[in-house]
Design a binder for this molecule. Structure first.
Ligand code: M6P
Ligand code: ZN
Length: 196
């Protein structure tokens, strides 16, 4: 295969259908509940769903990743389905970047959500996601997208190819906040599992 980063190339992002295709675009990952279980708040509920024989698809990531060397960028859309596990809305795992001094840009294409961010000092930030919102994730901030709507939340992420995904801290402690449905509305609440 030709090295993706050696020469300019282009792909198609269908802004009406919110689909990306062409060139080096491929499915990068598919996350079902069984892969997300360590990240959800209500694991008992998650286990019940899995026991019933269901393993619902939570989200897929489709895009291109250029070689993981400094200077390269990658881009992918994430399609995050609507739904809840107990009271908690479907969300991505969330991650810090392995390479700390790297940032990311999220461009929301469809749906409604939140981008929950948190740095190592424990500061938390939440940005609203809706079509046309462009969100900057600075270096050192973990990031998790949450679908609070009834349709797919679709966004384009652009990130340094060598950033890497560090899921360790999030898997262990989660974020300080969780987003749950309360009285029919999304509510950002303290995560009872969180330990300083
Ligand atoms: C975005 C980017 C990807 C990330 C994906 C899913 O597309 O940030 O790097 O993999 O969202 O998020 P996560 O890896 O936290 O499950
Ligand atoms: Zn990232």
């Amino acid at each position: 295969m030709a090295k993706e980063s050696e020469k300019p190339f282009s792909v198609t992002l269908d802004l009406d259908k919110c689909e990306i295709f062409g060139g080096f675009v491929k499915k990068l990952s598919a996350t079902t509940l069984s892969k997300l279980i360590d990240f959800v708040y209500d694991r008992d509920r998650a286990k019940e769903i899995l026991k019933s024989g269901e393993d619902p698809l939570i989200y897929e990531v489709i895009g291109f990743e250029t070689p993981k060397v400094e200077g390269n960028l990658s881009a992918a859309i994430t399609i995050l389905n609507p739904g809840k596990i107990g009271h908690e809305y479907y969300m991505t795992k969330g991650h810090f970047h392995e390479k700390e001094n790297t940032s990311e840009i999220y461009i929301c294409l469809s749906g409604r959500g939140f981008l929950l961010m948190q740095n190592k000092k424990g500061e938390v930030d939440v940005q609203e996601m809706a079509r046309g919102r462009v969100i900057y994730v600075p270096p050192g901030w973990a990031h998790r997208a949450i679908n609070i709507g009834s349709t797919k939340l679709i966004f384009l992420a652009i990130y340094p190819s060598d950033a890497g995904h560090d899921y360790g801290a999030i898997k262990e402690r989660g974020f300080k906040k969780i987003v749950i449905e309360r009285d029919g509305k999304p509510s950002i609440e303290d995560n009872p599992r969180w330990r300083d």
